[in-house]
Design a protein around this ligand. Structure first.
Ligand code: HEM
Length: 127
């Protein structure tokens, strides 16, 4: 019972655990031949830093996200639903390697999937 009262941020293990999660997750993302090209000319250090913030905030952690709005950042990059699925697939695999309960993994994926339209919103119009 007590477990369910914890935020997702706490269930993952807090700030340090989320930092490690984001690092492992992005190692997988940039190793994917279909996703790699999107990250060619961008600062991975900055993405990792912003993603730590974003994930912590999205999972109800104590911080706020100070990066740019997701729709703005991803607009015009031609990111399709297919790319989004690949990306989420890497997140699932990363979470499954993190000693979390299956329910926690599903809760995190549901939470992150709510941002799909902001990321892929312009893909149909070619950006
Ligand atoms: C729910 C899924 C996603 C979330 C929550 C997310 C979140 C973020 C965040 C927080 C940033 C940093 C924003 C900033 O610098 O102010 C970022 C940057 C970026 N994301 Fe995503 N992202 C997602 C999916 C994707 C996907 C699927 C791709 C490509 C296939 C992608 C490509 C990029 C790129 C290229 C940047 C760098 C933009 C720049 O530095 O100008 N993202 N993302």
């Amino acid at each position: 019972m007590l477990e369910n009262q914890q935020t997702l941020f706490e269930r993952v293990g807090g700030k340090q655990a989320i930092g490690e999660l984001v690092d492992k997750f992005y190692d997988r993302v940039v190793a994917d031949p279909e996703l790699k090209p999107f990250f060619k000319n961008v600062s991975m250090d900055k993405i990792r830093r912003m993603q730590r913030e974003f994930f912590s905030a999205a999972l109800d952690g104590p911080n706020i996200y100070t990066g740019r709005p997701l729709g703005y950042v991803h607009h015009g990059r031609g990111i399709t639903k297919h790319h989004f699925s690949l990306y989420v697939g890497h997140l699932i695999h990363t979470l499954q390697g993190c000693a979390l309960k299956e329910q926690d993994v599903q809760d995190i994926i549901s939470r992150i999937s709510t941002y799909a339209d902001e990321i892929t919103g312009d893909a149909a119009s070619g950006g």
